[in-house]
Design a protein around this ligand. Structure first.
Ligand code: COA
Length: 175
């Protein structure tokens, strides 16, 4: 999948591309508060990003198909975000946005909304029935972001690392 939006290029990321790894290291390290709230490592090295981009079956999700994308600014080619999509195998036609992140100093400028609108259009056009996200309890801005984008809470859950949060969903609207 490769998507162009007004300002962005969203394309699959590959672990063997050194420039991509370096860009993602900078991106991940620009969001320490988010990682702290998620119970994840706060400082990320190249090897951690190579693991993040590991090919399927991803050791983190053996029963899931996962795809990791870079979000580049078209004007500069710089990585300004990432988004990861995962879905169970066999498919239940529900796709999860497992991780989405915008460069720390570029947040609040509509880039995240541009990514989500493009991903929704792509997935719903391809026949997916629903998109879900898990939002950690302590990430208030993220919760506002997803509810603002039309995602509705459907229940509490624990993350893979045991942190409490909420699952939100957005179904494909009727044609
Ligand atoms: C959540 C995130 C992806 C949103 O992307 P973004 O480009 O900052 O969001 P946008 O500018 O498109 O949308 C802003 C809306 O989201 C909310 N928001 C979330 N984070 C925000 C931030 N850091 N600054 C300003 N608004 C933020 C606000 O409600 C805002 O609505 P408004 O514009 O009407 O005030 C981004 O802030 C981010 O990467 N945060 C850290 C990682 C994270 O929490 N990811 C979500 C995992 S569930």
């Amino acid at each position: 999948m490769q998507i162009e939006t007004e300002r962005l290029l969203i394309e699959e990321a590959h672990a063997d591309d050194r420039a991509t790894i370096d860009g993602l290291v900078a991106l991940f390290n620009s969001n320490p508060e988010f990682h702290r709230a998620s119970g994840e490592r706060v400082i990320w090295a190249a090897a951690d990003l190579e693991n993040y981009l590991a090919d399927d079956p991803n050791p983190r999700y053996p029963d899931l198909e996962s795809h990791e994308y870079t979000v580049r600014e078209r004007a500069t080619g710089l990585i300004v975000g990432t988004v990861e999509l995962i879905a169970p195998i066999p498919s239940d036609r529900i796709n999860w946005i497992a991780l989405m992140m915008i460069q720390g100093d570029r947040q609040g400028a509509g880039l995240g909304s541009e990514v989500v609108a493009a991903i929704e259009h792509e997935l719903f056009s391809a026949g997916w029935n629903e998109i879900r996200v898990f939002v950690h309890r302590d990430t208030v801005l993220a919760h506002q972001f997803w509810t603002g984008a039309g995602y509705q809470p459907i229940g509490e859950a624990l993350s893979a690392s045991g942190k409490p949060g909420m699952v939100l969903r957005k179904p494909r609207s009727a044609p």
